[in-house]
Ligand binder design. Structure first.
Ligand code: HEM
Length: 209
């Protein structure tokens, strides 16, 4: 056990912390987990309701040209911000897996870009509502499913980042339990698949319309 702790701590010696009062740690951990679960549940609902609202507005509003063009500009700018953030985050994860960086670096990137990714998604939902999405087109439906998957996965990933926060800053990817490794890879694959599907279908639809 000592060997494992030394290894994931990057060989650094940590002074033994004085033990907290009995029961305090587990109670705080349980409370933190419950609060995080509550925040995630709110996040899932917020995503679902925002997409529904965006699609409802999109089906009601026939925008003038002077609204449509700026909306398309905001849409494309939001794609750059959202997709860029997702690629940067998953790239940092890949570098950590390949032992080119430390978990600490990945956490720093995550703290910086996660807000930007949500800004991108919010911009896409807002601007998309003024671009007249055609929900009778199966490709557009598939795109909306991809948007939903990417956004829901973004909320679910907060649980993974909470788990990673509890690990030593220099822990190697290969030292994690198999379940946690699979979770990291799965989250990254789902995120990239969702984003790229939405981008490709958006471009295809614009090109064919
Ligand atoms: C992850 C989220 C999204 C991504 C990555 C994305 C990406 C794109 C891209 C790349 C285009 C092509 C623009 C061009 O070539 O000029 C586009 C167009 C469009 N987007 Fe999105 N979009 C997203 C979400 C949405 C949402 C939520 C809506 C509607 C509520 C929407 C509605 C549209 C519409 C109506 C167009 C015009 C072409 C079409 O009919 O599909 N998009 N999108």
């Amino acid at each position: 056990m000592r060997g494992f702790t030394d290894a994931i701590g990057g060989g650094r010696a940590f002074p033994a912390p004085s033990p907290p009062p009995k029961g305090t740690v587990s109670v705080t951990l349980t409370e933190n987990r419950r609060a995080a679960r509550h925040r995630r549940a709110l996040g899932y609902w917020a995503v679902l309701l925002s997409l529904a609202l965006s699609l409802w507005v999109g089906s009601q509003v026939v925008p003038h040209d002077w609204v449509h063009r700026p909306a398309l500009f905001v849409h494309l700018a939001s794609v750059i911000v959202g997709l860029g953030s997702a690629v940067l985050l998953e790239m940092s994860g890949l570098l950590w897996m390949l032992r080119r960086t430390h978990l600490d670096d990945l956490r720093r990137v995550e703290r910086t870009v996660s807000g930007l990714a949500w800004l991108g998604i919010a911009g896409l939902l807002f601007s998309g509502a003024f671009l007249q999405p055609d929900l009778t087109n199966p490709l557009t439906d598939l795109k909306m499913l991809a948007v939903l998957v990417a956004a829901m996965n973004g909320v679910a990933m907060t649980r993974l980042t909470d788990e990673l926060k509890r690990l030593p800053p220099r822990v190697r990817f290969s030292m994690l339990p198999g379940r946690l490794r699979l979770w990291c890879v799965w989250s990254a694959v789902v995120s990239q698949a969702g984003w790229w599907t939405a981008v490709l279908i958006g471009m295809l639809n614009t090109a064919s319309g």
